[in-house]
Write a protein that binds this ligand. Structure first.
Ligand code: NAD
Ligand code: UD1
Length: 337
């Protein structure tokens, strides 16, 4: 495999994956409608990898636009990051989420098929496990009830991909279920750059640390966890990005349909993350305990051994690396890109 179509490549995980793809010797072409990102991320990637990033501002729902890109740049596989991802917004705007995430992916699948590119890696999420039936979560853990339209789009798209691969075994499809990606490239030049008030823990912490927000609200300290706060499997975004490169190798070998958890297998509580952040960075993160956030679960962490066994992939970075790198990006880019 030589060239990869990367949808949503200007975003947080996409931009980090471009760096790892380049490092592994792949060519790529990026399509993104920039609805939740900025072209500057691609300029920064270009600086890191020492060459320009071929980019088209195209919406994946635009069939002709996508087709033109693939006519010009024939691709062997697609890594599909493009999608809307804000849980709260998805509750308020379900139609937009189904139309963009599911509608967009259906158009993408059609265009890929027409260009005889039947290899795809899809960004799924641990959210498909709902309130997990077993911890640590293996890929065999039954999928659970998603409490919001965002999660539903991931779960439904997984089913769609399974049906498509069953009907046409020429497709090779890898569903990657990400746990909680945080951190940034070690250069501190690319990272997570949320619009408005961050929904997720780490960008909120870094914005408090840099003085953009007064204090962090810790959503509940009465869960059935060691310190009462929610426990998650945080994974360094660079480890996650490398997981995609490993997944390309199994696609290439004709994997049919495969599912992998990408996590570290370790759970950290909200207070663990705050304490690690304060310790490695020597900055203050004022916080106060708030009520639980609706839809949250107590504990979620992966069993990542299938990915290690079959992809030869294992997360290398620890929680302190994640906190250090997230802070470096925020400190260097207090206003984002
Ligand atoms: P992101 O918002 O930074 O990146 C997504 C990119 O897709 C953005 O650049 C956005 O502009 C683009 N996009 C959205 N709709 C599009 C469309 N119709 N056409 C073209 N481009 C479009 O998000 P991210 O954190 O990098 O996430 C990447 C993928 O991973 C998403 O599918 C997300 O749901 C999934 N995921 C993310 C997390 C996480 O915690 N960040 C966890 C699990 C799964
Ligand atoms: C959230 C989404 C999930 C999505 C994932 C990655 C919800 C209910 N779930 O997961 O669908 O796949 O992000 O994008 O939104 N926390 C605080 N204060 C904050 C923010 C978070 O205490 O300001 C706590 C949360 O209660 C949780 C932990 O920090 O215990 C992690 O939260 P977050 O980063 O939002 O990730 P998830 O809830 O795991």
């Amino acid at each position: 495999m030589k060239r990869i179509l990367v949808t949503g490549g200007a975003g947080y995980i996409g931009s980090h994956t471009l760096v790892e793809l380049a490092e592994a010797g792949y060519d790529f072409v990026v399509v993104d409608n920039l609805c939740n990102s900025n072209k500057e991320s691609l300029h920064r990637v270009a600086k890191i990898i020492g060459r320009e990033v071929p980019f088209f501002k195209v919406d994946i729902r635009d069939k002709d636009g996508l087709s033109k890109v693939l006519d010009e740049y024939s691709c062997d596989a697609c890594i599909h990051f493009a999608g809307l991802k804000a849980v709260g917004e998805s509750v308020a705007k379900p139609y937009e989420y189904y139309e963009n995430n599911i509608g967009g992916t259906l158009v993408l699948i059609d265009v890929l098929k027409q260009h005889n590119c039947k290899n795809i890696i899809f960004s799924s999420s641990a959210t498909v496990y709902g309130n997990p039936a077993v911890i640590p979560i293996t890929e065999e853990c039954p999928k659970g009830k998603c409490t919001n339209p965002y999660g539903q789009t991931k779960s439904m798209l997984e089913e769609i991909f399974m049906d498509i691969q069953k009907a046409d075994p020429q497709w090779n499809i890898v569903l990657l279920r990400y746990f909680n990606p945080i951190g940034a490239h070690k250069s501190g030049t690319i990272g997570e750059n949320p619009n408005g008030i961050p929904n997720n823990l780490m960008p909120y912490i870094t914005q408090v640390a840099v003085g953009k927000r007064k204090e962090l609200g810790v959503f509940g300290n009465d869960y059935d966890t060691p310190d009462g706060t929610g426990v998650r499997d945080y994974i360094h975004v660079v480890d996650l990005a490398k997981g995609h490169v490993c997944a390309l190798h199994v696609l290439q070998n004709g994997c049919g349909l495969s599912i992998y958890n990408l996590g570290t297998g370790r759970g950290y509580s909200v207070l663990d993350v705050i304490n690690a952040f304060v310790k490695v960075n020597g900055v203050d993160v004022p916080y106060s305990i708030k009520p639980r956030r609706e839809g949250d679960i107590a504990t979620c962490y992966s069993d990542p051994t299938k990915a290690e066994r079959e992809l030869g992939w294992k997360a290398q970075f620890g929680i302190e690396d994640m906190c250090r790198d997230a802070w470096l990006f925020q400190k260097n880019n207090p206003e984002g890109y």
